[in-house]
Design a protein around this ligand. Structure first.
Ligand code: ATP
Ligand code: MG
Length: 309
């Protein structure tokens, strides 16, 4: 039995489907990455799975419990870090942890031990006596994560746990998540960071309520079969970008840092023709080659395909 599954799960707000006939299956110990643009339906899905929001139609089960009928049992076995955290601003780090651990762990001594473990793993030690309101954004996030996992739930929902935090802290959080997953915890996590998507066992991409891709990171990358991606490096990126945007061979152009990714139908045919075209524009090319699509390339392509019909 999967740890989390849904069948035609749907939530409508004013007749508009925020989540539309969603079908998911997530195994125990899996890290499932849920991606999609702002307003796609990620948080709405999580809220239904956590038993906080009633679906309009469809089914789902979490840890063997039915989300429509057994939401109280679900709340006991999950951890949930919402996008707005739900911390008590007027309590200290320690007091927040105590509050959340005692909600689930009646035994004081065991609760205290669990707090020590998360404080150590998330390196919250120096901040224990500080009010949550006075933590910086990134540290508040670590505390929210600590509160969501302190009772060691089987299944954890994390809604953008790493939004806006520095790379070192992000690594610490991910090490911690891996450790939980190795111990058999199932993680359902939303993120806008593509390198985090790479770290998941399975990723789903939601677009205006529809799940438009769901596979391993490798599988997602292989799914882009009818398009090739070229990487272009050249001195005048802006000029090249403007020029290529209207070129007949180019289906799409996206800037990625110091390079441009070009979507073409056939890389082998396009490369010499584009070289010649760039040359006649007096654009000197440092390199132009076919690359394996990144997850971001695939999602940009999927988003554009979905929005074109
Ligand atoms: N309580 C609500 N009432 C009405 N509409 C809502 C409500 N909650 C969410 N929506 C709408 O449902 C859609 C999906 O919202 P949701 O919060 O699930 O998106 P998201 O994928 O989490 O986006 P983000 O990346 O910005 O967090 C949006 O159009 C949003 O405006
Ligand atoms: Mg959200």
């Amino acid at each position: 039995m999967p740890a989390i599954s849904t069948k035609n799960l749907t939530k409508k707000f004013d007749r508009v489907a925020a989540v539309n006939n969603l079908n998911l299956s997530i195994e125990k110990g899996e890290i499932f990455g849920f991606l999609g643009p702002n307003g796609a339906g990620k948080s709405t899905t999580i809220r239904m799975l956590c038993g906080i929001l009633e679906p309009t139609s469809g089914e789902g089960q979490v840890g063997g419990f039915d989300i429509n009928r057994e939401s109280e049992q679900i709340k006991k076995i999950i951890g949930y870090m919402s996008q707005s955290f739900g911390l008590y601003q007027d309590l200290t780090v320690d007091e927040n942890l105590k509050f959340y651990s005692r909600l689930y762990i009646p035994e004081k001594k065991l609760a205290a031990q669990r707090i020590e473990t998360v404080v150590e793993l998330l390196q919250l030690g120096p901040y224990r006596k500080r009010l949550a309101a006075k933590l910086s954004g990134g540290w508040r996030q670590r505390l929210a994560l600590a509160c969501a996992v302190v009772h060691r739930p089987q299944i954890i929902f994390l809604d953008e746990p790493t939004a806006g935090i520095d790379p070192v802290s992000r690594r610490i959080l991910w090490d911690f998540l891996y450790e939980l997953a190795h111990g058999g915890t199932t993680l359902f996590i939303t993120t806008h960071y593509m390198e985090e998507a790479e770290r998941c066992n399975q990723i789903g991409f939601i677009w205006k309520g529809d799940l438009v891709a769901c596979d391993t990171p490798e599988g997602v990358k292989r799914s882009l079969v009818d398009e090739h991606i070229l990487s272009l490096k050249c001195a005048d990126l802006n000029h090249a970008y403007k020029f290529l945007r209207t070129h007949e061979l180019i289906k799409d152009v996206n800037l990625y840092g110091d390079e441009i990714h070009l979507v073409v139908a056939n890389a082998r045919e396009a490369i010499p023709l584009l070289r010649a075209a760039l040359d006649s524009e007096q654009l000197s090319v440092d390199s132009l080659k076919q690359i394996q699509p990144s997850i971001e390339d695939v999602f940009v392509a999927l988003s554009k395909k979905s929005s074109n019909g």
